[in-house]
Design a protein around this ligand. Structure first.
Ligand SMILES: [Zn+2]
Length: 158
């Protein structure tokens, strides 16, 4: 096998493509355990990498939005509340979800004015009020949401 010369190697590879492919398939069949272990290894390796990237993104989004609950300034269990949706917004139907999707975090970094950071308690209170006011609209009026948040801040509600 002419490994040292890349051109020779390519020529050799192209001429023997079918044979090489067949040998590789045969090897995979004979070494299922090795293949499985390697897949598993890279999965966990990438998982750690993905988590690191995600945490960094979430931190950037938190900083962009003040890093504390808008109402009570608590710094734990923060939710990104989507105040206003635009055609390019990321929609998902789980507003109570703690882990926010990466796309949503990117949107929060690019457009912090579309979001408000709330702790779990105040997020739930806001969502409960939205239901109470029976606005089954796809877009709850932003001004009304702002008024509710302001009222929560001034302790006039609850
Ligand atoms: Zn709060």
């Amino acid at each position: 096998m002419p490994w040292r010369d890349i051109h020779k190697f390519r020529k050799w590879y192209n001429e023997n493509k079918v044979r090489i492919r067949a040998y590789q398939e045969e090897w995979v069949k004979r070494n299922r355990d090795k293949v499985r272990a390697s897949t598993k290894r890279s999965y966990y390796k990438n998982k750690a990498k993905r988590k690191k990237a995600y945490d960094k993104l979430r931190y950037q989004a938190l900083v962009a939005l003040g890093r504390c609950c808008f109402v009570c300034q608590v710094r734990q269990s923060l939710h990104f509340h989507h105040l206003e949706y635009f055609p390019d917004s990321v929609r998902h139907m789980k507003p109570h979800r703690i882990n926010d999707g990466e796309e949503r975090l990117k949107e929060a970094i690019a457009h912090p004015e579309r979001f408000v950071l709330l702790c779990i308690e105040h997020h739930m209170k806001l969502e409960a009020l939205k239901i109470k006011l029976k606005r089954g609209l796809s877009q709850f009026p932003v001004e009304l949401q702002r008024k509710i948040i302001e009222a929560l801040y001034n302790n006039r509600l609850f």
